[in-house]
Design a protein around this ligand. Structure first.
Ligand code: CA
Length: 525
């Protein structure tokens, strides 16, 4: 029982670090809720109830008898309205993976002075090569220590219910999605104007709900916007991509001509959606991330969109330049529930089989595969496509996305399962594309964007920014334009940051992952 309690505490604490489910972790852990302050941002409340075996099924998952523990709307405000923030606990130190172990071995071959001289030369040359490539080589950057001070000013302007993404209209006004459903029209100064009428019903549960909002590359002529969200179904939900015309004038902002362009079927259980959209420079296509929905193994199944980056036309059809364009997949695919870990996933019970009414277009739609929770996707100023995703316990990744490559989840990871079951390392299977940077412990990415321009923060022109959830951070990444990346600063901003975006005037805006969650304006000090 103690093992289960410990495991469950860890599970909730880490797995649901980006969701209000972290709120109920203390109920199961036997710890004082104050221990969870970095995650919950609440003051000390003496809750020390324990759960028992009645609440767990055979696999250690909550069963229906535990439903009474689910957070209620009355509990949610507790997560955000109490005492001042407690700084997150110092992350344990991890060292950069050793790269020069072979040097000592080499030196033992040097048995005479001449060979020693030669080896000295080889060693110097080798070290020089290692050092010069290590700067850009794939490496663990999870132990990065935050900067002592913030070089910018943060101003909270308004608040939203679990806000997820910001999109800027050409005039500087914003659209802001709330995971719970609404999409708000917001002034350029950050004040709420009104929620849009005509938005779709969403499946708000854990990490699911309304996700991204994106301004069409054709907005100037047709005022169209794109939404990603989880559609409700009889058995869980499924990711959808939709387009609509935005009417933002007058006193009743709304969506018209709403149409779903793509949907994930069958609908099923599990969080870890993707929902990030990037419009390709060709003006004709878009990339969209689809997470593994916590089902793991389907991320390696070419017949299922789960765990993929798709490339679609602006109308949601397979992009003709895709690596397997023209191919169709299996006519029926199995649906599984989220398994306990990557080993259990291999033999997960099939809960139903879905038969496509027409051809299964997934192979034709797929650009790259093997992703877990791909919340960030962005094009760099040099035209490289970069993705960030949550690993399991450790192993968050920054990947350079290239056509047709497989990025390995769940066959490989630099993290391990939440129940400590190991996962083969990315280093052990070179057939999978490795991340350029990875984080052990996690950075818990909310989004990735590239800063462009020299007006407001000229020193950041061309840098990437990753928002941090559990690390309550903003992270600047420097890219070399040749597939390399390295970390610059990590700033602890004291709030879980879901999104970071650049306004047309060059300032940054952040969304806090909380309910209520702040819309924060970042300007020079
Ligand atoms: Ca990977």
């Amino acid at each position: 029982m103690r093992d289960m309690q410990s495991r469950y505490s860890h599970y909730l604490n880490v797995k649901y670090r980006e969701t209000p489910w972290a709120l109920i972790a203390p109920l199961f852990s036997g710890k004082n809720i104050a221990d969870f302050a970095p995650y919950l941002r609440t003051g000390p409340v003496n809750w020390t109830p324990r759960f028992d075996a009645r609440h767990l099924d055979a696999q250690g998952f909550l069963n229906s008898s535990a439903r009474g523990f689910a957070p209620t709307p009355a509990l949610l405000p507790l997560a955000t309205t109490q005492a001042p923030l407690t700084p997150p606990r110092q992350a344990p130190k991890y060292s950069v993976r050793p790269r020069n172990r072979s040097l000592d071995t080499l030196e033992t071959y040097a048995k005479n002075p001449a060979r020693r001289m030669l080896m000295k030369f080889v060693r110097t040359a080798l070290l020089f090569t290692l050092v010069s490539t290590a700067v850009w080589a794939q490496m663990n950057v999870g132990s990065q220590v935050p900067e002592a001070t913030l070089p910018f000013k943060m101003t909270t302007v308004s608040t939203f219910g679990l806000p997820w993404r910001i999109a800027f209209l050409p005039d500087g006004r914003m659209l802001i999605t709330e995971k719970i459903g609404p999409v708000w029209l917001v002034s350029a100064q950050g004040e709420k104007i009104a929620p849009l009428a005509g938005t779709p019903a969403v499946y708000w549960q854990g990490q699911n709900g309304m996700l991204g909002v994106f301004i069409s590359p054709r907005y100037a002529t047709d005022q169209s916007i794109y939404l990603t969200y989880i559609e409700p179904g009889d058995y869980g939900g499924g990711q959808a991509l939709a387009r609509a015309k935005l009417i933002s004038t007058g006193n009743r902002p709304r969506l018209e001509n709403f149409e779903v362009l793509w949907r994930q079927l069958p609908r099923g259980k599990g969080g870890q959606a993707g929902g990030q959209v990037v419009f390709a420079p060709d003006g004709q296509s878009l990339y969209m991330t689809v997470g593994d929905r916590q089902r793991m193994t389907p991320a390696q199944d070419p017949n299922q969109p789960v765990g993929k980056i798709l490339r679609l036309t602006l109308d949601g059809k397979p992009f003709p330049g895709n690596p397997n364009f023209g191919k169709t997949g299996a006519s029926s695919i199995p649906l599984i529930d989220p398994p306990r870990d990557t080993e259990a996933a291999k033999t997960a019970k099939v809960v139903s089989t879905y038969t496509f009414p027409g051809p299964n277009l997934t192979p034709s739609e797929t650009w790259a595969s093997g992703f877990r929770a791909p919340y960030g996707l962005a094009l760099s100023p040099t035209g490289e496509l970069w993705e960030v995703e949550h690993g399991p316990a450790g192993g968050d990744e920054l990947n350079l996305i290239e056509k047709g490559k497989n990025y390995g989840w769940p066959a490989v990871s630099f993290g391990k399962n939440y129940d400590d079951v190991p996962i083969p390392s990315h280093d052990s299977k070179p057939e999978y594309a490795k991340p350029v940077l990875y984080w052990v412990p996690v950075v818990a990415p909310g989004n990735l964007m590239f800063y462009r321009g020299k007006s407001t923060f000229p020193q950041w022109d061309g840098s990437g920014f990753i928002s941090g959830l559990a690390t309550t951070s903003l992270n600047r990444i420097i890219f070399d334009g040749k597939g390399g990346a390295k970390v610059a600063e990590r700033w602890n901003v004291g709030k879980r940051i879901r999104d970071v975006e650049q306004a047309p005037d060059g300032s940054l805006w952040l969304l806090e992952d909380a309910n209520p969650g702040a819309l924060i304006h970042v300007t020079p000090k």
